[in-house]
Design a binder for this molecule. Structure first.
Ligand code: ADP
Ligand code: MG
Length: 547
């Protein structure tokens, strides 16, 4: 017999869709706390989260009548005009608390700064409302999650995995909302606690530790979008330098108007912003919030609001990529060399002002490192990495425009190539010439090479032709081409032990300074380390010279 389900049954079925696993409970409660204007939110989790989840906030709290309504379905205080288009809170569907209460025992203790607080207990169909002592704010405790949904409980992963999901979600809020102090505890052990200072680098220090914090910079950029009139996008947050990367892509976190969202295309946009600074198989660490006018966002496209639809998505992507690459370009990517001098390696942001422009070459160490004086710092430049960067940018520009200088091979070198490679040499003859090659196939898979690129008075070897040819064969894909050019840039680059006059060394430093991205080689490794005088002075127990 066909039967129409009553409203309540439909809602109960829906509850299972909202609350799929413990991490969702945590996210809903955390979002409620943030919506309530909390400055501090403590989250305690026992086991995999089905045992107990407790979220304590110091937000605005609720009155007795609000508290008893809050646990009913489709009650929300967040749509005053009933208009979905200008929601600026994280919640608005009014179903989280009710859905959680359907699948767990829920206790809500809250006070909106009244004389006394209220406690609401929901256990199955029983709802008990009492008064309770509590200062302003709200505590929600969720126990025995899925006690009445054995199949759901069965389907959960191992406790460590479920907690990992919780911790991952909480970390995203902690990094993207650095103005709120967020504390996460697991089985009475503190996992992390952010300071709530508003500085995302402080949040990164709490979540990731010192190395990442020290190698991070903040970003704050604004750009005009072509939606409606005068729409601007503001991009704010944290970027870790390419010196600290991760093997997986889930450390790029994005929020739209303060709500962490998962939009893979935007995540890839951030990766593109790092461009050639990133080693091929590594991913960056970033936490960026994109603020857009509410009219440019539809957050209602996904039941858990984890994804959003953006108007002018292409504009937003372009703005994001530019903001990331600009920030990495202007920020100083020099690594402060770790010096084993029993000094707290300073968390000081490295000054962006001291570029390579004022660096004076003072000597060489082990025929590999160029030492330069720059203001109060000693710079150590890896000549091979620096040369690769210079060659790479020259080759890249050459492919785009005029051509690189070349050096004649006398006598010419003959190489044997595969039929595919020979075909590519013929097809890309013009580009190869622009790259500095002079070569022609003369049958039987043989190619005569008369000249090779010489980007900086150095001469590539004949093998570079094969690298160039494969770069061009992959040329349809711009990213792949950059990778190949980076390999090609290696060919004529200085190696350790190569002779270099003081003049050449100084010229190399100048040329490096003129690069768009002087502080990393095209494979993403650093080119320059900086050691500031204070470190040395500290090591020698001296006070640094001033002025
Ligand atoms: P929504 O967040 O979509 O409105 P919820 O079911 O999550 O729906 O919450 C219902 C209502 O309960 C909210 O609109 C809010 O008024 C109130 N509320 C929930 N949690 C808190 C909290 N931590 N502090 C203050 N008010 C809260
Ligand atoms: Mg909510």
């Amino acid at each position: 017999m066909m039967r129409r389900l009553d409203r309540e049954t439909v809602d109960r079925i829906a509850a299972g869709e909202v609350v799929t696993r413990p991490a969702r409970v945590v996210v809903e409660l955390l979002e409620n706390a943030l919506d309530a204007g909390a400055e501090r939110v403590e989250i305690e989790v026992a086991g995999d989260g089905t045992e107990r989840i407790r979220v304590v906030d110091d937000g605005r709290g609720m009155s007795e009548s609000e508290a008893s309504m809050a646990v009913e379905r489709h009650t929300t205080s967040k749509l005053p005009g009933g208009d979905l288009t200008d929601v600026d809170t994280l919640g608005f569907r009014g179903e989280a608390l009710a859905s959680i209460a359907d699948v767990a025992r829920l206790t809500l203790t809250t006070n909106d700064d009244g004389a006394r607080g209220t406690r609401v207990r929901v256990d199955g169909d029983d709802v008990a409302v009492d008064s309770a002592g509590r200062g302003q704010g709200t505590t929600v405790e969720v126990a025995d999650l899925f006690y009445n949904r054995p199949a759901r409980k069965e389907s959960l992963a191992a406790p460590a995995t479920e907690f990992e999901r919780i911790s991952e979600r909480v970390a995203a809020y902690a990094l993207l909302r650095p103005e709120v102090a967020i504390v996460l505890e697991h089985d009475d052990r503190q996992v992390f606690a952010t300071a709530g200072s508003g500085d995302p680098v402080d949040a990164a220090l709490a979540v990731y530790g010192r190395e990442v914090a020290r190698e991070s910079t903040t970003i704050d950029a604004e750009t005009t979008l072509s939606v409606g009139d005068e729409a601007t996008a503001r991009i704010r947050g944290l970027l870790a330098y390419p010196s600290v990367t991760r093997a997986a892509s889930d450390h790029v976190r994005l929020a739209v108007n303060g709500r962490p969202v998962s939009v893979p295309s935007l995540r890839r946009t951030v990766e593109r912003g790092y461009g050639s600074l990133l080693p091929g198989d590594r991913y960056p660490i970033a936490a960026l919030d994109v603020s857009l006018p509410p009219s440019a966002v539809d957050q209602n496209v996904h039941p858990t609001k984890e994804t959003v639809a953006l108007r002018a998505a292409d504009d937003v992507a372009a703005a994001l990529e530019d903001a990331v690459s600009d920030a990495l370009e202007t920020a100083d990517l020099r690594r402060s060399a770790e010096v084993a001098m029993d000094l707290e390696a300073a968390l000081d942001p490295v000054e962006a002002s001291s570029a390579l422009g004022d660096a004076t070459f003072i000597g060489r160490f082990r025929d590999l490192y160029l030492l330069c004086e720059a203001g109060e710092e000693l710079l150590v430049i890896d000549q091979h990495a620096a040369h690769e960067r210079i060659n790479y940018e020259r080759l890249r520009d050459a492919v785009a425009s005029s051509g690189v200088p070349s050096a004649a091979l006398d006598p010419p070198v003959t190489k044997s190539l595969s039929p595919g490679e020979v075909a590519a040499v013929e097809r890309h003859a013009a580009e190869l010439e622009r790259l500095g090659f002079d070569c022609d196939p003369f049958g039987g898979g043989m190619v005569r090479i008369r000249a090779v690129p010489a980007p900086l008075g150095r001469v590539a070897d004949a093998d570079a032709l094969e690298t160039a040819v494969s770069a061009l064969r992959d040329g349809d894909d711009a990213d792949r081409r950059d990778e190949r050019l980076a390999e090609l840039a290696c060919h004529p680059s200085l190696k350790a032990g190569d002779d270099l006059s003081a003049e050449d060394a100084a010229a190399l430093v100048d040329r490096l300074g003129a690069c768009d991205q002087p502080f990393a080689c095209p494979h993403g490794r650093p080119t320059v380390l900086a050691l500031d005088e204070a470190h040395l002075a500290g090591g020698f127990d001296r006070h640094p010279r001033r002025g």
